[in-house]
Design a protein around this ligand. Structure first.
Ligand code: GTP
Ligand code: MG
Length: 348
């Protein structure tokens, strides 16, 4: 999964990128050049499984982050700037709430407008080309209709992500890689003084109307505090959070919300060689999970030995779980649940 970090100038994008990637990302050489880095997805369930198996290798799921430069009318005219964002799965929109006189809602609308305006320019070019050349149009009538529908939507100053589409249209539109089409997680970057508001930031800043919108999520972090947390040991960080009455770090919540936004879940494979988290879409079948591991496993799929991660921990081992009769044998069409531990049985 790939996320693009975007925002107005000086909103704290690069700071967040550095914390997320623990300083291991490459930083863009010029303001318009994107930085790229990865972050392991924290997952307590996987850590607990690893404590049980003591594997040679522990592999967390990974998210790739792109740190884009500031979004301005000029930067959005630069093809290299846009190119870095075209192939991301979602956008992380960092809003400067620390030390800012401009209301968060105004900033959010401002950036949204830039995305919509940029997409409108792209769409007009495409529609114009198709209209001019009847030969080009052949076989593309459906696309043309979709583009026209999208253009009208944008002209109403609405982002493409908020369009109600059938799965086929959605796929076609995605292929055009419009920026306002991408699911977005709005991240309010709040001041240290407002830390106690972290879990209620949406209400505190009166942004309720941004909640529950199609393909959009909203959360808050405090960049300054996250930077400090990143320097602490796990024990220290946990005590620090408890001290402020917080259940988890802002970064954890940010990643969790990204999974929710994109409808992603995790399943695990566990053994003495490796314990590993895999990322799949909600509603995926056991055979899809097998394919995520290796296409051979999907082709020669027999059954998926399945157990919930916590049941496996309670049983103490796979064989104990088998004896207790809580290890299930599921077929290809079983809908994998978040937190399942799978062992794919296959032929050949
Ligand atoms: N107080 C406070 N300052 C912050 C926070 N995050 C970033 N800053 C400061 O804000 C300034 C900009 O931070 P960056 O992370 O470089 O912001 P950016 O969005 O990448 O900036 P551009 O790429 O130039 O648009 C820096 O001086 C940071 O120290 C925060 O959470 N709290
Ligand atoms: Mg930056």
């Amino acid at each position: 999964m790939k996320s693009g970090i975007i925002g107005l100038p000086q909103s704290g994008k690069s700071s967040l990128f550095k914390i997320l990637t623990r300083g291991h990302g490459t930083v863009g050489k010029s303001p318009r050049e994107a930085g790229i880095g990865t972050a392991a997805v924290p997952d307590e369930r996987l850590d607990k499984l690893a404590a049980l198996y003591n594997p040679k290798k522990l592999t967390h799921a990974v998210i790739e982050y792109v740190d884009s430069g500031p979004i301005t009318p000029d930067s959005l005219k630069d093809p290299t700037f846009i190119a870095a964002l075209r192939n991301v799965d979602c956008l992380i929109h960092v809003v400067k709430v620390f030390d800012e006189t401009v209301q968060p809602l105004e900033q959010i609308k401002h950036l949204e407008f830039e995305l919509i305006f940029s997409d409108l320019g792209q769409i007009e070019k495409r529609v114009g080309k198709l209209e001019k050349d009847a030969k080009k149009m052949k076989g593309l009538e459906k696309e043309f209709e979709l583009l026209k529908k999208s253009k009208i939507h944008l002209e109403q100053e609405k982002p493409l992500r908020s369009m109600e589409l059938n799965p086929e249209e959605k796929k076609t539109l995605r292929g055009f890689t419009f920026l306002s089409e991408k699911p977005v997680l709005i991240v309010l970057n709040i001041a240290e003084n407002d830390l106690s508001q972290l879990e209620h930031a949406v209400q505190y800043y009166h942004l309720e109307k941004l909640e529950g919108l199609l393909n959009q999520g909203i959360t808050a972090v405090c960049g300054k505090i996250e930077a400090e947390l990143a320097e602490m040991t796990e024990q220290e960080a946990s005590e620090f959070l408890t001290g402020f009455g917080l259940k988890e770090s802002g970064l954890n919540r940010l990643i969790r919300k990204t999974y929710e936004l994109l409808g992603l879940i995790s399943f695990f494979t566990a053994g003495e060689d490796e314990c590993k988290a895999w990322t799949i879409s909600q509603g995926s079948k056991a055979v899809d999970a097998a394919r995520a591991i290796h296409s051979d496993l999907a082709d020669h799929f027999i059954r998926a030995e399945t157990i919930r991660w916590n049941e496996l921990l309670e049983a103490g081992s796979e064989s104990a779980a088998k004896t207790k009769g809580i290890l299930r044998l599921e077929g290809k069409d079983y809908i994998v649940q978040d937190g399942d531990v799978l062992h794919i049985r296959h032929s050949g």
